[in-house]
Design a protein around this ligand. Structure first.
Ligand SMILES: C[S@@+](CC[C@H](N)C(=O)[O-])C[C@H]1O[C@@H](n2cnc3c(N)ncnc32)[C@H](O)[C@@H]1O
Length: 271
């Protein structure tokens, strides 16, 4: 069964504002893999579960034609509003029924989304739409995250983890795929030539407001808001205050670094 979250307009707007794009290290790993595997030009790239277009926009900087696909109309509307490029388009569709011809896609990507899909049906679609010698790049960021600012990084990371643990009591069971570094998803990819990289580290420039916004954008927080709105709001306010106190600053726009570990599955379809 596919899982439909991130659908509401309010959530999509928060998502667009606060979710970060794939970092430099993850981008380079994907681009290097394609250089190694592909001799023919990449004509069509499809980014599935594209959300409000964080990863799709990066792809459009490198490839001829990029289509972002997502089940949520609100997310796709945010993606369309955020950027318009002649080689970039978006469509609303489920990952399990992609409106592309058999063997028509050179590169299929999905960033931090496959754990929400019906994995068996999605993998069948991947196998159907990807061209022979076509590639896939499926990634997620993990829960290994830390905050860095001056000499209080340890303290900030501790506060971050305490808040995350409170929010994660509302986690969906599918988050297990993230906790196990996409092992089952890797095994489900029906290609012989594949690998899973679990130690990709990116340092994302952020602000205190950005970290608090990131918490707001995660699906368990949205569930927390539905069930205990006052407690959820208070938690974010208190977390922000604790960050600012630990840093000894007053502005929520104070920059800091958000370090994140990604997992990436790379695969190339046989001839
Ligand atoms: C965590 S967000 C990731 C968005 C974006 N790729 C990113 O890197 O931030 C997951 C996205 O998957 C979409 N999604 C969930 N189930 C889906 C399905 N069955 N088919 C297509 N998209 C789906 C959601 O609407 C949401 O936009």
């Amino acid at each position: 069964m596919a899982t439909q979250l991130f659908e509401g307009k309010g959530h999509a707007a928060v998502y667009q504002k606060y979710r970060f794009a794939p970092g430099e290290e993850l981008q380079q790993i994907i681009l290097s893999y394609l250089k190694e595997k592909r001799t023919n030009p990449i004509e069509l790239v499809v980014d599935v579960g594209c959300g409000s277009g964080q990863g799709t926009r990066f792809l459009a900087e490198h490839f001829k034609k990029v289509v972002g696909a997502d089940i949520s109309e609100a997310q796709i509307q945010e993606a369309r509003d955020a950027s318009s490029r002649p080689n970039l388009s978006y469509l609303v569709c489920p990952a399990e029924e992609l409106p592309f011809e058999d063997g028509s896609v050179d590169l299929l990507t999905s960033f931090t989304a496959v754990h929400w899909f019906d994995i068996e049906k999605f993998m069948k679609e991947v196998n159907r739409v990807v061209k022979p010698r076509g590639c896939v790049a499926i990634s997620t960021y993990t829960v290994d995250m830390s905050l860095h600012y001056g000499n209080c990084s340890e303290k900030l990371t501790q506060i971050f983890k305490e808040t995350r643990d409170l929010i994660f009591k509302y986690s969906h069971s599918r988050v297990k795929h993230v906790l196990e570094d996409y092992k089952e998803i890797f095994e489900a990819l029906p290609f012989q030539d594949k690998k899973r990289i679990t130690d990709i580290f990116d340092k994302i420039p952020m602000t205190v407001a950005g970290v608090v916004g990131y918490f707001e954008s995660v699906s368990p927080f949205q569930a927390y808001m539905k069930n205990e709105p006052e407690a959820a709001k208070t938690l974010l306010q208190e977390t922000e205050k604790r960050f600012l106190d630990a840093m000894g600053v007053s502005s929520r726009e104070t920059p800091l670094e958000f370090w994140v570990r990604h997992v990436c599955i790379l695969g190339c379809k046989g001839p």
